[in-house]
Ligand binder design. Sequence first.
Ligand code: PHE
Length: 339
Amino acid sequence: MKEQIEQLLYKVRNSEITTYEQLEEFRSEFLSKKGLLNELFDQFKQLPKEQKKDVGQILNILKQEVTEKYEQLSKQLKRELKQIEYNDLTRPSEPIQLGSRHPISIVRNEIINIFQRIGFIVSEGPEIEDDWHVFTALNFPQDHPARDMQDTFFIRRNPDILLRTHTSSVQIRIMETQQPPIRIIMPGRVYRNEAISARAHCFFHQVEGLYIDKKVSFADLKQTLLYFAREMFGKETQIRLRPSFFPFTEPSAEMDISCNLCGGKGCAFCKYTGWVEILGCGMVDPNVLENCNISAKEYSGFAFGLGIERITNLKFRVNDIRLFSENDIRFLKQFTSAI
Ligand code: PHE
């Protein structure tokens, strides 16, 4: 019996096992219920006393080596199998979440689209501006309170440099470099030093429009804006112009549209007036034209500016403008373009 065990020990030490199948064979040969080890221990019980010590010793060595080999190999094979899984370049990857267009971009593109259809061209300008383009050239006198109306972020070391508070600065940049006819639409981000709330934010987006040519009149302004309002909010939409003030337009107006929620009948949204304000506009002040070396005798024009967040709120019924900059994918995924 001792010899048989020695042979088996030799076999165990020299057997090469590289696959799960071989390991399973090894297990059933030695370790299963009817395997060799159990069989040997049964035989061992029947041995005469004087042989027991010798045989017992070597039988225990065999048992220990078989179990160790089995455990070690099964660990190793598992590790290798995992590695193969990781290295499998043909495995399908984790699904990548598809993004969606931001509601502000959707509405900005719609606004641009509407004006492009009547010949307006997109122009853009810098967000970091100087006093001239944001205020002085736009006819804001040096100490005029209108400068305070737009809570400006200035650069402390040089108050001539600031974050633009409106896209009207782009009007100036274009008029300084181009002679009429000018028919442009200017989308962009603007900044104001305001406390952040559901209705106000320290940055938001505007679209500005400018049309300069010979004999441009207030009627052209009104008709252009009526066209815009109906394209954007539907054919039934009415507009109303109320006198207002901007340093760079004269006369100036604010435009309301008939409330697109109640159709003008009056509801909580329009505070029971039937109207909601959407933009500022007016005839370009002759001083602004002259500041840009455009003859105010020869040319006239109109300008308007609107907040994209406001239009988006109206269109998609969003009631808190902070949602636009929180990047919550559950919010952002709800919007699809109408155009
Ligand atoms: N720039 C103005 C604002 O930010 C809007 C405006 C633009 C008004 C053009 C008139 C003409 O409030």
